[in-house]
Design a protein around this ligand. Structure first.
Ligand SMILES: NC(=O)c1ccc[n+]([C@@H]2O[C@H](COP(=O)([O-])OP(=O)(O)OC[C@H]3O[C@@H](n4cnc5c(N)ncnc54)[C@H](OP(=O)(O)O)[C@@H]3O)[C@@H](O)[C@H]2O)c1
Length: 258
């Protein structure tokens, strides 16, 4: 499959690198206006161009990883050169209906909401599409399954997916940072504290995904009666650990909805 990514910034380069590493037999082109900072991608076999239409007629899927205010300019560039293409947009807040309206009936719009862990084959990429475009969408689902998980969701939940899966990366990293800071206070140098905190989160996530159980069932295995873990957990909850995360996620969602 030939994948054409427009917008070689944080997300676009993560997806391009992820495809080059984890998705076999796919060719990737990534474009942005100033290509100097992403020229290194060529060493991984990725084509880099400042021309959004570079070989675009050969593309099987076009992925938009640009900011919402850049969409119209980019579409004006590419629409005269494309016909019967799938455009998978990661642009937050842009509905399938709005994008389809901009690109016309000759091309098919769908939405993807990946995160930057695509680069490591670990993105949770939520995907929505119109039932009429199911066949074309399946190729995109297959592609993102190679880069982690790719659940198909109702488009109504796309803003929620943006917060949980894309912003969620920052929330998880902030947990790790706080844990690391505590680790320093109780005696570790920062690198050791970070390595322990990050691996602990990875291990907890892997247990959950492997066993498919509610987190509380695993927490129960770690919390000995009268032990140190339950004492620490209860102290965190008294200071609003879960509620501050829930409030933060809801605030992020309200921010998207405007
Ligand atoms: N970052 C994330 O984790 C994440 C996750 C999910 C969704 N998203 C969504 O993905 C989109 C991109 O986010 P981002 O964080 O990757 O932003 P970003 O780092 O600013 O990347 C946007 C890229 O678009 C390029 N660009 C701007 N105008 C262009 C044009 N006319 N033609 C071609 N390329 C152009 C910019 O490079 P030049 O200025 O050099 O052209 C820039 O590299 C946003 O809509 C965001 O909401 C991001």
């Amino acid at each position: 499959m030939k994948v054409h990514i427009i917008g070689g910034g944080n997300l676009g380069t993560s997806i391009a690198i992820g495809i080059s590493k984890f998705s076999k037999n796919n060719q990737v082109t990534v474009t942005r206006r100033n290509t100097a900072s992403i020229a290194y991608l060529e060493k991984a076999g990725i084509t880099v161009s400042s021309d959004n239409t570079h070989d675009i007629e050969d593309a099987d899927v076009i992925i938009l990883t640009i900011k919402p205010y850049q969409v119209d300019v980019v579409l004006a560039d590419i629409l005269p050169k494309i016909n019967n293409k799938t455009i998978a947009s990661a642009v937050s807040g842009l509905s399938i209906e709005a994008l389809q309206g901009k690109i016309g009936d000759k091309n098919q719009a769908m939405r993807i909401m990946p995160n930057i862990a695509a680069q490591f084959g670990e993105s949770a990429t939520c995907i929505s599409f119109d039932e009429n475009n199911k066949a074309q969408a399946q190729a995109v689902i297959d592609l993102f399954q190679d880069l982690g998980t790719a659940p198909v969701i109702d488009e109504k939940l796309m803003d929620a997916a943006t917060v949980l899966a894309a912003s969620g990366t920052a929330f998880a990293l902030r947990y790790i940072r706080a844990s690391m800071q505590a680790g320093i206070e109780i005696g570790f140098d920062w690198k050791t504290a970070l390595a322990i905190s990050a691996q602990t989160v990875k291990g907890a996530a892997e247990m959950l995904m492997e066993e498919q159980v509610h987190p509380e069932q695993l927490i129960d295995r770690v919390t000995t009666p009268k032990g140190c873990t339950i004492a620490g957990l209860n102290e965190m909850e008294m200071h609003g650990f879960s509620s501050s995360l829930i409030r933060g996620i809801k605030t992020s969602l309200n921010q998207i909805k405007g």
